[in-house]
Design a protein around this ligand. Structure first.
Ligand SMILES: Cc1cc2nc3c(=O)[nH]c(=O)nc-3n(C[C@H](O)[C@H](O)[C@H](O)COP(=O)(O)OP(=O)(O)OC[C@H]3O[C@@H](n4cnc5c(N)ncnc54)[C@H](O)[C@@H]3O)c2cc1C
Length: 604
């Protein structure tokens, strides 16, 4: 279904953008502003669009000197080849970001360097490789004074919805194949699974691929990343469809083995019934005292107290992600357990998933490690702690204490993944090229699909790529010569009576189905993570008796904790003004905002 001659099109647009995350929102917006009628399609259901962009820290890498920034980025390739033109496109545009933010995002951006100066507890992710040439020119910007709150994503999404006359938005609608003209490789459409039907949509000017990476494709993770299992920290909808699509049409691939991780030492606590990981940025206590991180065999495999660079740890003269394990564990003794009991633990399930044993050998059996290896590892660790020198990994001796006589404990960990970088290779105009380095006509890309990071990742570069290459792709695709044929006369983008629909976000009316009783009020808030949050507040004797959330789309495992706990707090206080649930601040505040909105209606 890839190479088709004169197909019967179900609809015709100027541009199709595949994937509604940060890159897709940007490409669609700039294509529309340059006169195109755009279809923006996403596989995810309503309020789950947004991909990794929605979950991101929202930091956007920028610089104060493009020449120095270019030298810095070039040094991150560690000898790998990289197209200088692509890096120049990045660094020149990064330098212009303050204007970009003002003009296109209605924001005076905030410098992360400034925030870090005032808050020493912030992880040192900007610039990620101090000491590399030109590093001092790097910064990262936030759209406002807040992170991990979807703020940039919401702004990008709003810009798309404001252009509803020019951009149609389809959700639940995965693109499955690109459609290529037989004679000259030109891409002139895509096959999309829409409302249970495979429809063929023509793109007169071209297609932009912004459909993210393969964080949720086990086969690709095994094949390209060499990992048995990685827990995604972001979207569950990025399944490597872009890699499949461009493989069919002969695009050149790059950066397939590069990915980023996060969390303490690149891990999260492994919660077996959760498909995604819970991001804990910093947890110093897990690398202090009689505690180690073990590989599958029970041996240590990294320096536990090293601050990771998006999962990368020092590896001789470079940085790499340590070989991912199938069942790594935190292993510690009774003294450390007692310390944990007196701490504020950032993972609520920590004690529930803990494994206990009276001896090290018994613990090894319980965690499927080799008893002799684990025993020897702890003997060695104790010796290093006593001698004040870790000759295996050089951990700071001040962080090491010998294991006591037990009992012993283990907590399962999961290697995490933020995002992959692999995909098709692009040039500085965001055009995709083939294995002969020729442009594949009318095919563009932006964002983490075919990301430009090839070895070492400088924090916040992925979102910078979304904004920069999304704009480049959106503007350039519109400049293509329109492909028009006799067949096209019968269909047009303005045809709306084909049951395919035009805007699944604006035409969504689920909230109208919420039944509001005479003793109830419905409040809403748009400051959460998952679109509009509705709070249905029930009153008895003029007091708040119940708070419910019909249709909430807050993040499972994080926001859901606030959804669970906040109603009792609000009912008990008879007020929206209660403490937030720790680790779920964004959703807690959205709940407070929605309940306040309901109460305001009562007061009117
Ligand atoms: C927890 C976390 C924190 C991060 N923090 C930062 C940060 O602060 N700064 C930074 O620069 N980067 C950060 N990153 C990385 C960054 O978020 C991503 O690389 C970036 O958002 C990717 O944007 P994108 O538009 O390319 O892809 P995405 O935002 O992932 O969007 C891709 C979209 O494509 C859709 N899709 C997939 N397949 C199909 C298909 N077949 N058809 C149609 N649609 C499809 C998906 O549903 C998704 O909506 C973070 C990542 C995570 C997970």
């Amino acid at each position: 279904m890839t190479v088709l001659n004169n197909p019967k099109w179900d609809r015709i647009y100027d541009v199709i953008v595949i994937g509604f995350g940060g890159a897709g929102a940007t490409a669609a917006r700039f294509a529309a502003d340059n006169g195109a009628k755009v279809l923006l399609t996403d596989v995810a259901p309503l309020y789950h669009e947004g991909g990794n962009t929605r979950y991101a820290g929202q930091g956007v890498s920028s610089n104060h000197n493009p020449e120095k920034a270019l030298a810095y980025y070039q040094s991150l390739y560690d000898g790998y080849d990289m197209d200088k033109g692509v890096l120049e496109a990045l660094t020149n545009a990064q330098y212009q970001f303050p204007d970009y933010f003002k003009k296109f995002l209605d924001s005076t951006p905030i410098s992360s360097l400034e925030i870090m100066k005032n808050d020493p507890s912030m992880p040192r992710l900007v610039p990620e490789y101090p000491g590399k040439p030109g590093y001092e020119a790097m910064d990262a910007l936030l759209i406002h004074n807040g992170s991990f709150d979807s703020a940039l994503w919401k702004k990008l999404r709003q810009k798309v919805l404001e252009r509803a006359d020019k951009i149609d938005v389809w959700l639940n609608s995965p693109a499955t194949h690109l459609i290529q003209r037989p004679n000259d490789q030109t891409i002139y459409g895509a096959e999309i699974n829409r409302k249970g039907k495979h429809v063929l949509i023509k793109a007169k000017k071209g297609v932009v691929l912004t459909l993210g990476g393969f964080e949720n494709n086990k086969h690709m993770i095994e094949t390209f990343l060499g990992a048995p299992k990685l827990k995604p920290l972001g979207s569950l909808y990025n399944k490597g469809d872009g890699v499949k699509m461009v493989s069919e049409i002969g695009a050149k691939l790059w950066h397939m083995s590069d990915y980023e991780a996060l969390g303490f030492s690149g891990f999260s606590v492994d919660l077996p019934d959760k498909s995604s990981g819970h991001l804990i940025m910093k947890w110093p206590s897990v690398s202090r005292g009689s505690i180690i991180i073990t590989a599958d065999d029970g041996g240590r495999f990294l320096r536990e107290d090293e601050e990771n660079k998006h999962g990368h740890l020092k590896d001789h003269d470079t940085y790499t992600i340590p070989t991912p394990q199938l069942h790594p564990h935190l292993v510690f003794d009774q003294t450390k357990f007692d310390n944990f009991k007196n701490e504020d633990i950032p993972e609520p399930e920590f004690f529930n998933v803990m494994i206990k044993a009276d001896s090290i050998e018994e613990l090894a059996k319980k965690i499927d490690a080799d008893p002799r290896t684990l025993k020897q590892t702890i003997l060695d660790f104790n010796k290093f702690a006593e001698n004040g020198r870790d000759i295996q990994f050089n951990r700071n001796p001040e962080t090491m204490r010998s294991f006591d006589n037990g009992p012993y404990y283990a907590v399962p960990l999961a290697n995490t993944i933020l995002n992959t970088q692999g995909g098709a290779e692009k040039n500085s105009r965001a055009q995709i090229i083939n294995w002969d380095n020729q442009v594949i006509p009318h095919l563009y890309e932006a964002g983490e699909f075919g990301g430009l990071t090839g070895r070492l990742y400088n924090g916040a570069t992925n979102l910078a790529e979304c904004l920069i290459f999304g704009k480049i792709a959106g503007e350039n695709v519109v400049k293509e010569r329109a492909l028009v044929s006799d067949n096209d006369v019968n269909t047009s983008a303005s045809v709306v009576n084909d049951n395919l629909g035009n805007n699944d976000i604006l035409n969504n009316n689920t909230y109208q189905n919420i039944r509001v009783g005479s003793n109830q009020l419905l409040g809403e808030s748009n400051i959460g993570m998952g679109g509009t949050l509705y709070a249905l507040v029930t009153f008895t004797n003029n007091k708040i008796a119940k708070v419910e959330f019909p249709y909430n789309h807050e993040t499972e495992g994080i926001g859901s904790r606030a959804i669970e706990k906040m109603p009792d707090r609000i009912v008990n206080a008879n007020s929206y003004n209660v403490d937030v649930v720790s680790g779920a601040t964004v959703t807690s505040n959205a709940i407070k905002d929605a309940v306040k909105n309901a109460l305001d209606k009562r007061n009117k």
